[in-house]
Design a protein around this ligand. Structure first.
Ligand SMILES: C[S@@+](CC[C@H](N)C(=O)[O-])C[C@H]1O[C@@H](n2cnc3c(N)ncnc32)[C@H](O)[C@@H]1O
Length: 218
């Protein structure tokens, strides 16, 4: 027989949820979509999780502005507290979905979009949720400026190859490509570890990497 439900468990859960929301709301670097005013952002990380990757990039490039976007506020909040601890003023954390990105940045204004280990949604019927499908690629095209590019890091070769096919099919040109980023000569910035990567790299994970752009008319 299953255990009887204890109402106190739900009180604790609700408190914990409120606590997580409060942590997010208490950081001046964290925003809900309805608080966000479209600002000039150079680099956007989509599905950023904790956003530690963007935090490190922001610390290396104080001349650029960064935005880490995720649906999960409790993850973003961790990056925001790290950015505050490092006194970074060039990064923000936004709780929003990828399909809302065109409400977030001015079209044609972003230099770099990063997709770091997006959920692969391996089932065919879930392809519509993959952040490298046709609809999302169109969104990134709209966000990027004329010289802007999209970068993807991923451990799943299957998801990565599928994403490469999408890029080529929808007119993206491949600028840089590696099937083992950490054993390549590519930029050290690309090799900054995300939270996900830190967890799995020691267990044989190999990071696939591509940077691509869509040629835009003058
Ligand atoms: C596998 S995790 C990777 C997190 C982080 N990039 C890293 O490498 O540590 C995928 C992240 O994408 C977020 N995500 C999934 N679908 C999303 C969507 N449609 N819009 C925004 N974030 C999304 C999830 O909440 C999760 O934090």
């Amino acid at each position: 027989m299953s255990e009887p439900l204890n109402p106190d468990d739900f009180v604790i859960t609700r408190r914990r949820k409120k606590f997580k929301f409060a942590m997010f709301a208490n950081s001046s670097l964290c925003f809900e979509l309805d608080e966000w005013k479209r600002a000039a952002i150079d680099v956007v990380e989509v599905g950023a999780g904790t956003g530690f990757f963007s935090v490190e990039l922001a610390s290396r490039h104080p001349e650029q502005t960064f935005l880490a976007v995720d649906v999960k506020g409790d993850r973003l909040q961790k990056g925001a507290y790290e950015a505050e601890a490092r006194n970074l003023t060039n990064i923000r954390f936004l709780r929003a979905r990828a399909d809302q990105l065109l409400e977030v940045v001015k079209p044609g204004s972003v230099s770099q979009v990063w997709l770091t280990f997006p959920d692969p949604f391996p089932k065919k019927r879930s392809a519509g949720r993959r952040l490298t499908n046709k609809t999302f690629l169109y969104t990134y095209t709209k966000m990027l400026n004329k010289s802007g590019s999209l970068s993807l890091k991923h451990d799943s070769r299957e998801f990565f190859m599928w994403s490469l096919e999408q890029l080529v099919a929808y007119g993206w040109h491949i600028d840089e490509l590696s099937f083992d980023l950490h054993d390549s000569d590519l930029s050290d910035d690309y090799k900054i570890l995300t939270s996900y990567e830190t967890r799995w790299l020691g267990e044989g994970l190999v990071t696939n990497f591509v940077r691509a752009h869509v040629p835009k008319n003058q």
